[in-house]
Design a protein around this ligand. Structure first.
Ligand SMILES: [Ca+2]
Ligand SMILES: [Ca+2]
Ligand SMILES: [Ca+2]
Ligand SMILES: [Ca+2]
Length: 246
């Protein structure tokens, strides 16, 4: 009897709450709770930034609901904290508060330095690199968020790139390959230099292997990145970072 009574009471309590949570007061297609806690849009105003497009329409098409100009989420930084609206959504930070966790460091600063922007503790988020040899792509992750994705060139069929789980065990800004007689800029070593990740190689006479190789498996086993992405990833990656190759 007590149990039935409890279930009845629970139902009475739970129903109005869940209805409340899913209410869409301004009728823009996003419920009040998500407007307040996810998108930081106005739950009482269908078109938060007043540009004639409602919040749902903007988000669905990749535009920021916090800018009356047609600016994409990845190009808008509503709270000017160095983190785009797109990345704020990915990291579940507050788009309108530059320091979501109130620890004195801006969200963008925390992400740039690998810290959790949702924790006041000095807690680092895990870094990880993933390489997909089928798609010829490399992506790198901070916690659960993919930071970027680059085209690669991995090992050709006769000298395939090893697959599995590896760890970056060394870094050299400009490594020399004695075996092949060429420079490998921004070299990150895997398996003690058995192979690695580096920029498109440069011959001793200065000739650089063409960027048109990116997207095609033509290397001797290393993972080649384009000019720009290689240096960016090198600077982002600490020794000890996990590398998953599929
Ligand atoms: Ca709404
Ligand atoms: Ca709008
Ligand atoms: Ca921001
Ligand atoms: Ca902070």
């Amino acid at each position: 009897m007590k149990k039935i009574l409890f279930i009845l009471v629970f139902c009475f309590l739970a129903t109005p709450l869940s209805v409340l949570a899913s209410a869409d007061t301004d009728g823009d297609g996003i419920n009040d709770k998500d407007e307040q806690e996810v998108y930081f849009t106005d739950p009482l105003k269908a078109d938060t930034d007043g540009d004639g497009h409602n919040d749902k329409e903007e988000l669905t098409n990749g535009y920021s609901p916090h800018n009356p100009k047609p600016v994409k989420l990845e190009d808008n930084d509503a709270d000017n904290d160095g983190l785009s609206d797109r990345m704020e959504l990915n990291f579940h930070t507050n788009l309108l508060n530059p320091d979501t966790d109130g620890d004195g460091y801006k969200d963008g600063e925390e992400i740039d330095n690998g810290y959790n922007p949702l924790s006041q503790e000095k807690e680092k988020l895990k870094k990880r690199i993933e390489i997909n040899t089928t798609k010829q792509e490399l992506s790198y992750w901070l916690g659960t968020v993919r930071m970027d994705i680059f085209k690669i060139s991995s090992g050709k069929i006769s000298t395939p790139t090893p697959k599995g789980r590896f760890v970056v065990d060394g870094k050299v800004p400009k490594a020399w390959s004695g075996n092949y007689g060429l420079w490998m800029p921004w070299f990150m070593s895997l398996k003690k230099g058995l192979f690695g990740i580096h920029e498109l190689p440069v011959w001793p006479n200065g000739y650089r292997e063409g960027e048109n190789h990116l997207g095609t498996a033509v290397s001797h086993g290393c993972i080649r990145l384009g000019v720009g992405p290689a240096e960016k990833l090198y600077n982002w990656t600490p020794i000890g970072t996990e590398v998953i190759i599929n």
